[in-house]
Design a protein around this ligand. Structure first.
Ligand code: NAD
Ligand code: UD1
Length: 334
């Protein structure tokens, strides 16, 4: 297949690009590099030994997007591009709605015009809000608590409406749980700008001595050790989920929604211990007040993806930490 990736130099996009190239697909990517760097493309070529076409383009710029669709013919589009910082989305909601929603509308209008039949969208477990019970299945009630999450939920609705008017297309909506880790080569990984908001990159920087101590956001949640529980999923397992979604799309039409998680939750302290084992030394931490908007626990029932896509996460927490640590060590100046 010839596949277009929006946001292809980003964290999940670059890992998916790698898996697609390794599986023998042709890939074209574009990105405006607002949260990634062009050198990621060289790293993907080093891993795979396969070149691919990259466009420096903003999805808000219809003329730039049109050039990509004019110069190539796509069997499928995987849409990663978007802004994703929850806190920033509360401060700058219009920026988030404009970038994520308008950008998606631009992409969809070209998909319609150029008759692309298969579309995969990066959604998030954030669309479940604070779930009433666990594990979470795809039919749980939906609701969000911040503009970032609202853009995901709105785009899911836009995709359902798009399908209703374009019944020949096949759309997979993938609700990611907590992607972590890095490619085992250490060539690509997560590279958040500034001080990380998310747990794993923060712990990795403390382990490397670049930050003083982990702030554990709350130790009085109703969980086994009082700290928050999440479903961490290795980014390579997540990337492979996209290949499975493309196979599913090729066989059917409709809108298909899947949780991509492992089904197992780990607490903040359990992740900390696993990272200590990976790096071989203790990692300083202190208990801090809970972070506003956080929930106690969240993990997936990944049964639907297993049954319908034949996909299940294979990499455990140990490997997530070892790969994150390898990436961190190789990139101490990031
Ligand atoms: P990322 O920031 O590393 O990648 C997103 C890429 O999109 C970046 O390279 C950025 O430069 C690009 N981009 C943003 N706006 C653009 C625009 N207007 N035009 C062109 N490119 C643009 O993030 P990621 O972690 O790889 O996430 C990929 C997708 O998955 C996002 O849609 C994100 O919301 C979603 N998601 C991520 C997580 C997570 O924890 N990483 C969890 C759930 C969902
Ligand atoms: C966050 C986003 C969510 C997004 C997801 C993936 C918020 C409120 N939620 O989820 O919308 O889909 O990232 O990008 O930002 N923790 C600490 N100390 C830290 C960082 C985190 O104790 O320095 C704890 C958190 O309280 C939580 C767990 O670690 O219990 C995971 O946090 P994080 O990695 O930020 O992910 P989520 O909050 O699940």
């Amino acid at each position: 297949m010839n596949i277009l990736l929006s946001g292809g130099t980003g964290y999940i996009g670059s890992h998916t690009c790698t898996e697609l190239l390794n599986a023998g697909h042709s890939v074209v990517t574009f990105d405006n590099l607002s949260n990634s760097e062009e050198k990621v493309n060289d790293a993907v070529v080093r891993i795979t030994g396969k070149p691919f076409k990259f466009y420096l383009a903003d999805m808000l710029d219809m003329d730039a997007l049109r050039v990509i669709f004019e110069e190539n013919t796509f069997d499928a589009v995987i849409h990663f591009a978007g802004l994703k910082a929850v806190g920033e989305s509360v401060q700058l909601p219009l920026k988030y709605y404009h970038n994520n929603i308008t950008g998606t509308l631009n992409l969809l209008s070209l998909i319609e015009e150029y008759h692309v039949k298969s579309f995969v969208f990066s959604s998030s477990a954030t669309v479940y809000g604070d779930p009433a019970s666990l594990p979470i299945t795809e039919d749980f009630p939906l609701g969000t608590t911040n503009p970032y999450g609202s853009t995901k939920l709105m785009i899911e609705q836009i995709l359902k409406d798009f399908y209703a008017a374009n019944s020949g297309v096949s759309i997979s909506i993938l609700r990611y749980f907590n992607p972590v880790g890095a490619h085992e080569s250490g060539e690509i990984g997560e590279n958040p700008k500034g001080i990380p908001n998310n747990l794993m990159p923060y712990i990795a920087k403390v382990a490397a001595g670049q930050l003083e101590a982990l702030n554990v956001f709350g130790d009085r949640y109703p969980t086994r050790d009082g700290t928050g529980i999440r479903d961490y999923i290795h980014v390579v397992d997540l990337a492979i989920g996209h290949l499975k979604a493309l196979e599913k799309n090729a066989d059917t039409t409709g809108v298909h929604i899947y949780n991509l998680g492992t089904g197992t939750g780990y607490s903040v302290l359990e992740v900390l211990r696993a990272m200590e084992a990976a790096c071989g030394h203790t990692i300083p931490y202190k208990i801090a007040p809970p972070r506003s908007g956080d929930i106690a626990a969240c993990y997936a029932d990944p049964g639907k993806a297993q049954k319908e896509l034949g996909w299940a996460a294979e990499r455990d927490l140990k490997q997530m930490c070892e790969d994150a640590w390898r990436w961190q060590k190789k990139n101490l100046n990031l």
